[in-house]
Design a protein around this ligand. Sequence first.
Ligand code: UT7
Length: 332
Amino acid sequence: MTRTAFLGMGHYVPPKVVTNDDLAKLFDTSDEWIQQRTGIKERHYIDQDGTGPSDLAVPAVQMACKNAGIEVSEIDAIIFATLSPDYTFPGSGVLLGDKLGLPGVPALDVRNQCSGFLYGLQVADAWIRCGMYKCVCLVGGEVHSTGIDFSDEGRDVTVLFGDGAACAILGPTEDDQAGVLDVEIHADGSGAKELWLEAPASAHIPRITHEMIDERRVWPSMNGRQVFRWATSKMPEVSLSVLQRNGVTPADLDLVVPHQANKRINELVGQKLEIPPEKVVHNIQKYGNTTAASIPLALSEAIQEGRAKKGDLILMPAFGSGFTWGAALVRL
Ligand code: UT7
């Protein structure tokens, strides 16, 4: 039976580091508050006008191809998961294909926020298992820093997010012990306005007005406590579901690589699943929440550090705006 293997991973963050103390100079917050509530110490921001997520993705894809032992030219499909596309249209996937020199290669954008990598992985897995494509470049990439509110009103959201990109090169394997074992995904749009960006939007006539800007409706807003409650309920629920339907127990897992939204959320998820803390990967302290990039960024780093190894059984749960959530079970 053909399965989808992780052939190589890569990641890239822009060099500019922004600490909690840097943010505390711009609005009313503190290093102590941010670290206590979220675990975040610093994050990376782009520092040049004109740098979009597709630009951050280029070095991530190059690193992933090198680790997979393939040429970039062998990529036959691109999936780009992002909530902060370079432009409203066209999508970041086509821009990335152009920057990589891949004319004619199909490029699909996935807009499922923090669960975007998992949604993309389920699509890539189906394409590969049915023989449609043989070398899928699955990217999560975000530039948040140009779209957040650096004022007291926006501080709850702004301290959380960072820029970055990561890539998985996926291809077929006949090894039935390896690869993507399962991906389970869900959505519930009744929570759409708990974490969203209201404007500009095609649902408004006109899409954007001076009033919207003055009323700060052009920045993301979040009901943090509500999102926290949902995340700490749905991530363990979907994790247990995907484990159970594959005959696996939490004790069988070598590593959990969760979406990095809040260290406290992931500690609670680990506790609910009774997973020893040393098996849960955290890198939110360095990057903040990079949304669709966060799971592949954490997995790529874990592989680079020798913490995730070939043959390891890995669970990757996520929850985010939408609401969307899911979990993937993978053997590296
Ligand atoms: O990846 C997408 C999914 N997103 C998430 O999963 C985020 C989920 N939510 C969370 O992680 C948490 O709700 C936050 C970290 C966003 C907030 O933590 P919290 O413990 O839920 O704080 P809170 O919203 O209940 O606010 C507590 C206090 C408030 O002040 P008062 O009303 O008690 O006086 C806030 O105004 O903290 C204040 N506050 C801040 N203070 C300093 C909110 N943001 C900040 C800030 N700095 N940045």
